[in-house]
Ligand binder design. Sequence first.
Ligand SMILES: [Zn+2]
Length: 215
Amino acid sequence: MTILPAQPALLDRWNARRSEPGLLEALRADPATRVLLVHEGRARVTGGALVLVGPDDVPSDAAWALLGARADETPVLLAAVAEQAEDTDWEGGQWAGVREAATSLDAESAELLTSGVALAAWIRDAPFCPRCGATTELRAAGWSRCCTGCGREHFPRTDPAVIVAIASRDGERLLLGANALWKGGCSPASPVSSRRASRSSRACIARSRRRPACV
Ligand SMILES: [Zn+2]
């Protein structure tokens, strides 16, 4: 079984800045910005480290998004690339997915990789509005889509849920849940948290404890 790193969120997601006009363009024009390339669920990895490139090294067919800022405050963008990625002569490294690479990366890089792969899949695979079929435009630095037909706003897909066992310190008791609509009936149910692209596994567990378990 592959054990993926489960650490507190290390990236500053810049949630409050995502809707800032011109943010992505300004970061793409800054040579200090680092970019994670993702192609069909894989990123460039070498020697146990993610390969982050400069904005000028990104193929022209890329779809861009903001992943956040690293601990040293370096902004990191996502470039979801398609056809040109296979033809480009990249320096060093090889394409690797989350299962192959995440366990060999440091926690911050693993978080970049898992978020980048999830967000890139949504950006590439969901260009049309599920309500009316019209095309959508990326907004909020790549974290939402707005339909050009009906105006509905869409957000990244929800990834598989995390089922959490909350036990007492002595290991003798397990927290179970019951829905208020069951009117007193009890059915064993452990807290479950959906795993969004921007949420680490550790954050999912913490959220399950707070909501809806409230412990
Ligand atoms: Zn629509």
